[in-house]
Design a protein around this ligand. Sequence first.
Ligand code: AP5
Length: 213
Amino acid sequence: MRIVLLGAPGSGKGTQCKSLVEKYGLLHMSSGDILRKERAAKSELGQKAQSYMDSGALVPDDLIIEMMSKAIKEAPKSGFILDGFPRTVNQAIELDKAMADAGMKIDFVLNLEVDDSIIEKRITGRRSCPKCGAVYHIENMKPKQDGICDNDETELVQRADDTAEVVAKRLDNYHQQTEPLVDYYKKNGNVYDLRSDRDPEIVKEDIFKILDF
Ligand code: AP5
């Protein structure tokens, strides 16, 4: 099963991916996580991406397409979830080509919908584990012990781009450059819209119903 997960920053893509990985054994391919690893490793790509990410801008298509085409070539044919890629129509066209070259297709496009008004609170309250990637929220998804990851007891961190100012820019970019992808994929008839302003467990069950049908 190959899935594209669409949604604004803070719509819950990373949160839902965790359940999909656990239930279906899919590989989670998050372009944001790959970029953050490149930054931590101080690679050439990571250094080029840094200023775009910190300001809330999209990293240029050529860098992302090269990075994700490589990841897709190495991905197991059995299944994966793309989280955060594609993010522009140009990236979607290149993804279609990479999939066709590999003899694969996207089976499901899941579109998480949340109003902008609740996104800022979600993102500025997010804390994540730098070791295992687990995602928490200081109010509505607290770890058992304040500031500490439940899985590996690592100290939780706040992402540099999770400030109110940068979130506003990321949301603008989402509406201008990424939202048109919903129509792009609707032509193929495999897009499923899900309200993601509900309890994450309920969103998860709705996703499972779609995938298990
Ligand atoms: P990326 O890392 O992909 O960030 P994003 O898309 O902005 O998404 P987020 O990770 O912020 O949110 P999410 O939807 O995963 O929400 P989460 O589950 O954590 O990209 C970062 C940057 O990298 C970009 O700005 C860009 O510069 C660059 N980049 C990446 N890909 C690129 C590409 N393809 N092209 C160009 N540039 C690219 O949830 C958020 C919070 O809400 C958490 O605290 C969570 O606990 C809480 N929450 C989740 N669901 C619920 C719920 N149902 N109810 C209540 N709270 C919830």
